[in-house]
Design a protein around this ligand. Structure first.
Ligand code: SF4
Ligand code: SF4
Ligand code: SF4
Length: 314
């Protein structure tokens, strides 16, 4: 079994599959070298190399594993990056990677690792890879994605407003704390407690929602404030999901497995790529499609915003 997998991963006909992981590795390596040359901090070099390698491993596995196991490539990348960011950057280096930490660094004019992380993964990166962070790297979703698959077409339309309230509350809390005690976020132990408390709360809410709403990505759809930032530029994303009409047999299996409850086939029928800013580029639709009609394509879209989502009454 091991030899068979080894042959499959490295056989000549699959060498073309190495191009994408190598491209990602090169991109992140270049980013690390650039930051290292500017700052003289070796941290940037190993940090970005690690992220490039973790992404490369997942993409390589995803393109070479059997159909039913392909999603493990993505989940392994998610675990590798998530554990590194939460465990090493957060708990050991004490970088406050929570949204509140980012707000603080931004308002205080501090360029920390968390600032760079937010700029790349959550604000400007979405111009290229949309909400790929949510599908491939998030440390909250790395746990939620291990929960059993559930009914993803029962999205509650009004619950989505909670994420915007959460976003505003986070900003208000940081401004309030800064006005009253300007230095508290600079205290490394405070950053550590904030990160630990915030994430434990997220896991408890995320798992409870998944259980009660029978939807493992309910936390992402309703509570998490991060999409508020990501969705601004995700609508312009170069990478998006596309269904080839002539290959599609309208079986709707892709929609059944879409964790974000997107009406993928409605986009196809209108001759568009999946324009929804809810798409997390997880590729579940691509991996499950029996006719290989789905792919991630690079392009520019004339129309930039059209949300076709399954809500519980639709
Ligand atoms: S929506 Fe939030 S919790 Fe969900 S994957 Fe994205 S960043 Fe993570
Ligand atoms: S799973 Fe593939 S063939 Fe079936 S509806 Fe989706 S894109 Fe079309
Ligand atoms: S449309 Fe496809 S890639 Fe996007 S969230 Fe749904 S399953 Fe994932």
């Amino acid at each position: 079994m091991k030899n068979k997998l080894g042959r499959k991963l490295f056989s000549k006909q699959n060498l073309k599959d190495l191009k994408t992981p190598l491209l990602f590795l090169l991109f992140f390596l270049s980013l690390g070298i650039w930051r290292y040359l500017i700052t003289d901090k070796i941290f940037y070099l190993y940090n970005f190399t690690y992220i490039g390698v973790a992404l490369g491993i997942g993409i390589l596995l995803n393109s070479n594993l059997d159909k039913e196991n392909k999603q493990w490539g993505r989940k392994i990348t998610q675990l590798l990056i998530g554990i590194y960011m939460l465990g090493y950057l957060g708990l050991i280096r004490k970088d406050n990677m929570q949204l509140e930490g980012f707000f603080f660094y931004l308002l205080a004019g501090i360029f920390a690792a968390a600032t760079l992380h937010y700029f790349i993964a959550k604000i400007f990166g979405p111009l290229i890879f949309g909400r790929g962070w949510c599908g491939w790297a998030c440390w909250t979703a790395m746990v939620l994605d291990l929960l059993p698959e559930s009914n993803q077409k029962n999205r509650k339309q009004n619950f989505g407003k909670i994420r915007y309230i959460h976003f505003i509350l986070s900003l208000v809390i940081v401004i309030y704390i800064m006005i009253n005690n300007n230095n508290i976020f600079s205290n490394l132990n405070f950053a550590l407690y904030w990160l630990a408390f915030g994430n434990i709360t997220y896991y408890i809410i995320g798992i409870s929602l998944a259980y009660f709403l029978r939807d493992k990505r309910a936390f992402c759809k309703y509570v998490c404030p991060i999409p508020t930032l990501q969705k601004i530029l995700t609508r312009f994303s170069l990478l998006k999901i596309e269904v080839e009409s002539h290959k599609c047999i309208d079986c709707h299996i892709c929609e059944k497995h879409c964790p974000m409850g997107i009406k993928i086939i409605k986009y196809k029928k209108e001759g568009k790529r999946v324009l929804s800013t809810e798409c997390i580029l997880c590729q579940s639709c691509k991996d499950i499609c029996p006719t290989n009609a789905v792919d991630v394509t690079l392009g520019l879209d004339g129309q930039i915003n059209k949300e076709y989502i399954y809500y519980d009454q639709s």
